[in-house]
Write a protein that binds this ligand. Structure first.
Ligand code: BTN
Length: 276
C-alpha cells in the first residue's frame, strides 16, 4: 500500500473534538507550518485551528535545527492555542502534546512509543517524532502558543540523510506497514484536545503521572546542555510539579538535585534505576 494523500474532509469526518482541528488548513507545500500558523493566528485564526502540509521547505526543529520533511509520507502540523488558561501553564504544553501524540500513534499504528523529556517521541531509542512549541506575546501579555509537531509515518530509511539513519525511524520502518495518515492525524487531534482540557482544568498530578509512565528519560544517565551554556551530567530521577526534569547530580562535591526547565537532553547509557 502507498501513502494516501492527506484530505481535509476525511480528517474532519473522524474528529470527535469541539474545537481542535475543526478549522483545518491543508497545504501541498509550506516553508514551515509553524510560520504559517503564526501568520494565521495574527490575522484572527481561533483557538484550535490546525495547519498541515504535505511537505515543508524550511521545517524548523528545536535549537535552530532543520526538520526533514519529505513529501506525502509523514505528518507536519501546527496547532494554534489561544486560551488564556493554557498560557498560565505553558510549561505543560510540550509534555501533554507528547502524551497525546504517543497515545494516538500507539493505538493507531500498534507500536510502542516512549517520550524523551521534554518533547521527543521515541521508538526503541530512535526518534520517530518531535515537537516545537513557540509562543508570542503582546507587551507583557501572552497571546498565542503555536504547537508544531512532525511525526515520521511512512518514510523509509533512505528518505533520511545518511547521518540521521542511525538516530531516526518511522512507523513504517517499525511495523513494515504503510499507515493511514488521515486517520492518525484525526486521532492525534482528538487526543490533543482531551490532554489540553486536562491542562485547562489543572489536572497536573494526572498529567505528571501519565508522563512519568511514558518517559524513557527517567532512570537514565543524562547529559543536559542548558540554554545558559552549562553542561550537566547526572541521573534523571523524576518529573517535578511544573513538568521540570529533576536530575540528580553532584555540585561542589555534594549531592544536588537540579530542576531542568529548558535544555537539550541526551540519554547516555542503559537504564540504571527503577522508575519512581
Ligand atoms: C524537534 O526538533 O524535535 C522539533 C521538530 C518539530 C518539527 C515540526 S514539523 C511541523 C512544525 N513546523 C515546523 O517548522 N516545525 C514543526
Amino acid at each position: 500500500m502507498q501513502s494516501v494523500p492527506l484530505k481535509a474532509e476525511t480528517i474532519r469526518h473522524r474528529l470527535t473534538t469541539r474545537r481542535l482541528g475543526r478549522s483545518l488548513h491543508l497545504f501541498e507545500e509550506l516553508a514551515s507550518t509553524n510560520a504559517t500558523a503564526f501568520t494565521l493566528a495574527g490575522s484572527g485564526a481561533t483557538h484550535g485551528t490546525a495547519v498541515l502540509a504535505e511537505t515543508q521547505t524550511a521545517g524548523k526543529g528545536r535549537l535552530g535545527r532543520h526538520w526533514i520533511s519529505p513529501p506525502h509520507l509523514n505528518l507536519y502540523c501546527s496547532v494554534i492555542l489561544k486560551e488564556p488558561t493554557i498560557s498560565r501553564h505553558v510549561s505543560w504544553i510540550p509534555l501533554v502534546t507528547g502524551l497525546a501524540l504517543a497515545e494516538a500513534t500507539r493505538r493507531y499504528c500498534d507500536i510502542e512509543i516512549s517520550l524523551k523529556w521534554p518533547n521527543d517521541l521515541l521508538y526503541v531509542e530512535k526518534k520517530i517524532g518531535g515537537i516545537l512549541c513557540e509562543s508570542s506575546s503582546q507587551g507583557s501579555r501572552f497571546s498565542t502558543c503555536i504547537v508544531g509537531f512532525g511525526v515520521n509515518v511512512n518514510c523509509r530509511e533512505t528518505d533520511f540523510p545518511e547521518e540521521l539513519r542511525s538516530l531516526a525511524t518511522s512507523c513504517l520502518q517499525a511495523t513494515r506497514q504503510c499507515h493511514d495518515r488521515n486517520g492518525l492525524i484525526a486521532d492525534m487531534f482528538n487526543q490533543l484536545e482531551s490532554w489540553y482540557d486536562c491542562v485547562e482544568t489543572e489536572q497536573f498530578e494526572h498529567v505528571r503521572k501519565s508522563y512519568v509512565a511514558s518517559c524513557a528519560t527517567l532512570g537514565r544517565k543524562v547529559q543536559v546542555a542548558c540554554v545558559e551554556g552549562e553542561t550537566i551530567h547526572g541521573t534523571a530521577i523524576d518529573i517535578g510539579k511544573d513538568g521540570a526534569l529533576l536530575v540528580a547530580t553532584v555540585r561542589k562535591g555534594q549531592p544536588h538535585t537540579m530542576e531542568i526547565r529548558s535544555a537539550d537532553v541526551q540519554h547516555l547509557r542503559q537504564l540504571i534505576l527503577p522508575l519512581p
